[in-house]
Write a protein that binds this ligand. Structure first.
Ligand SMILES: *Cc1c(COP(=O)(O)O)cnc(C)c1O
Length: 520
């Protein structure tokens, strides 16, 4: 393959544009082709001019770089265009419905962004004296108050930086509590329907993970779980609502049995948007639960961050919560740290992060909570559940819905690829949705059903946008039921067609050298 200096590659453009006649540039009006940076840039080009370093003029003591670093560069305007063009080939919640199950890709109100950018919140430093950042402490405290009240729990740790980090925080508190009573247990029970981060977290904490099966109705098998309880079990981790999109109605009974056996209950509360304002996990016997602020309480996410996973604790675990945290003493917000923990918080297991957590997300969450109010948050849960049930009932005649008779779903609708013709599977339906201009749903998860398609429409979609999505998915599902072989080639309208996903994972093209090898 020849690549000319301007990056124009007629072969590639033609290959990706078999349906239409190729243009000189490979562009199709506003759909702009864009080669990779090492195909159009050069190691000698940069958008910045640096002065030459005078000989012997640095203080690196022999550690200075002696050979060029070899990064491909462009001029400043070319750099801006390169990344802007690439970004236009991406999908985003601001472009359309994002049905990714469990991820809660919902609209993020712009007022939150405006608040987070206020200089008094955005331009401060965690090492500033407490008296100069009282407003920021007030926001952290306010969000913590809302979280403990909404969940009916005794304490909150604000510092964990994602859902999975919150799980780690919760299990570290559980481990500390068990060790404090001289009862170091070794096993954590995780139902089959749990999110994958749950067993990973337990293993990371040094626990042996044992799986508890799901019932045919998509819920945790309570009898199997209770039969396994014993003096070696430290905790049970339950996702509620679970990853089949169902509420676990027996959680209270399970928690009672777990407590009677001397163990603790961790609840994965990442999908709290389905129950916020309706159920308080504290009333169900939960000892620790993380909440994904970036899902339920609205921060843009999905592009690699940021995340924020505060953890709420029961009375039993509160003394072990991590430092630092903000406490209100009279009119002042005071930071409780190692030096100030005193007797009351002396059992804290340590820190999850250097400082307080994701300040920008606390401001967004505070703005979201205050603009919705308690009644608005309750409506969030009602709308999330209503929208998911609308999707479930609008598609169950065409797509296998294994738990459609298990009662209403919660925030997401689960389908499988059973009953399709011509070897068409979940993957082909997902790729067909790309041609319809949608990001695919979550596929092949949860593992408890074969060929899963997990759809979370979220509470922020209107009926009109749900109807359009349902129409698109019905059209793809009808083709799949009829065994339409062209679905196996989808997507055909996207900038890139069906990828060899194994080769993409095993032989990623990340450098000029890879690209030259791939072209051979
Ligand atoms: C998203 C999610 C997690 C993990 O949260 P991160 O912020 O991505 O670490 C854990 N459990 C469930 C059920 C989730 O949906």
């Amino acid at each position: 393959m020849t690549i000319n200096p301007s990056g124009w590659r007629p072969e590639q453009s033609a290959a990706n544009d078999s349906a239409d006649s190729p243009t000189f540039t490979g562009n199709r009006a506003l759909m702009l082709e864009e080669p990779l940076i090492f195909e159009i840039g050069s190691t000698a080009t940069t958008g910045i001019d640096f002065e030459d370093v005078p000989a012997g003029g640095n203080r690196l003591g022999g550690l200075e770089r002696t050979a060029p670093i070899g990064c491909y560069g462009l001029s400043e305007p070319e750099t801006v265009r390169h990344f802007t063009r690439l970004s236009r080939q991406n999908y985003a919640i601001d472009l359309g419905l994002f049905p990714l199950g469990s991820c809660t890709m919902k609209h993020n109100p712009r007022i939150n962004e405006k608040m987070a950018r206020l200089p008094g919140f955005a331009d401060i430093h965690p090492l500033q004296p407490a008296e100069t950042v009282q407003g920021a402490f007030a926001v952290i405290h306010l969000v913590g108050e809302w979280l403990t009240r909404l969940t009916g729990m005794a304490a909150v740790a604000m510092s964990p930086k994602a859902g999975a980090h919150g799980e780690l925080c919760g299990l570290l508190a559980i481990r500390s509590a068990l060790e404090a009573r001289g009862d170091a247990r070794r096993v954590v029970l995780v139902p089959e329907s749990a999110h994958g981060t749950n067993p990973a977290t337990a293993a990371f904490c040094g626990y042996a993970v044992e799986t508890i099966p799901a019932t045919g109705a998509g819920r945790v098998d309570r009898a199997a779980l209770e039969a396994r309880l014993g003096p070696d079990v430290a905790a049970v981790m339950i996702t509620n609502p679970n990853t089949c999109g169902l509420f676990e109605p027996e959680l209270k009974a399970i928690a009672d049995a777990v407590h009677a056996a001397g163990a603790l209950v961790y609840c994965d509360g990442a999908n709290f948007n389905a129950i916020v304002g309706k159920v308080r996990p504290g009333d169900l016997g939960v000892d620790a639960m993380h909440i994904n602020l970036h899902k339920t309480f609205s921060t843009p996410h999905g592009g690699g961050g940021p995340g924020s996973g505060p953890v709420v604790f029961s009375e039993a675990l509160a003394p072990f919560a991590p430092l630092p945290f903000v406490e209100k003493q009279g009119d002042l917000y005071v930071l409780i740290e190692e030096e100030t923990a005193g007797e009351h918080h002396g059992q804290s297991f340590g820190r999850m992060a250097a400082f307080h957590g994701q300040m920008g997300m606390f401001t967004r969450a505070a703005s979201y909570m205050l603009s919705h109010g308690a009644d608005g948050l309750k409506q969030v849960a009602e709308d999330a559940v209503l929208n998911a049930n609308y999707v479930l009932r609008s598609l169950e005649d065409l797509l296998d819905a294994p738990f459609a008779t298990s009662g209403p779903c919660m925030h997401e609708a689960l389908f499988t690829d059973e009953g399709l013709s011509g070897g068409i599977s979940t993957l082909d339906i997902a790729k067909g949705l790309i041609d319809e201009g949608y990001h695919p749903m979550t596929v092949y998860f949860p593992l408890v059903v074969h060929g899963a398609m997990l759809i979370e429409p979220t509470e922020t979609e209107s009926k009109a946008s749900l109807d359009q999505f349902i129409g698109a998915l019905r059209s793809v599902a009808e083709r799949a039921r009829a065994g339409d072989a062209s679905l196996k080639a989808a997507p055909v309208h996207a900038p890139r067609h069906r990828l060899d996903e194994t080769a993409a994972a095993r032989k990623p093209v990340l450098t000029w050298k890879d690209s030259a090898e791939a072209a051979e």
